[in-house]
Design a protein around this ligand. Sequence first.
Ligand SMILES: NC(=O)c1ccc[n+]([C@@H]2O[C@H](COP(=O)([O-])OP(=O)(O)OC[C@H]3O[C@@H](n4cnc5c(N)ncnc54)[C@H](OP(=O)(O)O)[C@@H]3O)[C@@H](O)[C@H]2O)c1
Length: 266
Amino acid sequence: MKKIGFIGMGNMAKAMALGFIRSGKMSGDDMGAFAPNQEKLMKNAAEVGFKSYADIESLIDDYDVILMACKPYQIENVLAQQTSKGVVRDLLAGKVLLSVAITWDLAKYAPLVDPSTRVQYILPNTPAQVCEGVFIVEKDNTLTAEEAQWLEDLLSACGTVVTMPAHLIGAGSAVSGCGPAFAAMMLEAMADAAVKLGVQRADSYKLAAQMVVGTGKLMLETGQHPGVMKDAVCSPGGTTIRGVVALERAGMRAAFMDAVEAASGK
Ligand SMILES: NC(=O)c1ccc[n+]([C@@H]2O[C@H](COP(=O)([O-])OP(=O)(O)OC[C@H]3O[C@@H](n4cnc5c(N)ncnc54)[C@H](OP(=O)(O)O)[C@@H]3O)[C@@H](O)[C@H]2O)c1
């Protein structure tokens, strides 16, 4: 059983830590974290069960797998940071470094870390917290076969693992990584409409959220084309087709396409 040390414990790291525990693959005792805001870190440590660290060098000392979970623009400074035990990038020598920061793939890390640091880029999403995550893993990595297998076992217990070359990960994560925000906006809007029509708020959210869960599950399990699924709900002259026409008039498809393209950074 490998243990994981998190550098940064924000929204994504916390969702992953909770998912790892929920999957049964790890316990809080198998994880530690360092983050600058110690008060917030300790609150999360009490909630999730991981060990909190007051300095980054002690964290790196204690774990062979380090998950870099701060913001992309912070990473160069973190790697170059001088600590009481040396520069962070040197302390990572011989360790596994899991990168979840968007754009921080193997090619970006390679010139900045010791050659003995074994790197894997992963683009997760927040539903990892409930073991319904999507983890896009970069095809190229420098993990040993045993480390890659351990990671595959861990991530697949927390959701779906999809392997992609680095150049497609930005596009993929615009759907799976950013998509939870788009889906949440859609849920809120549909629920608001139901509330306007008199449905209780709590019931509206339940209807909308389970509808999305169920539609995704139906598509994954049957392999049906989304157009076929849509047609199956639209009776001739019925109510659903009226809603479909309203969405088309509002430019719903183009809006989602624009959102994914914008979020991909292209
Ligand atoms: N959120 C998502 O859905 C998602 C999806 C895919 C990938 N990601 C990636 O996950 C990473 C984190 O995103 P997030 O949404 O979790 O952001 P976040 O909630 O802002 O968390 C960032 C974390 O980094 C810590 N941090 C800041 N400066 C640091 C330093 N110098 N050394 C160590 N830790 C430091 C922060 O600590 P303090 O709070 O103590 O300042 C905080 O715990 C990003 O790189 C992002 O690209 C996020």
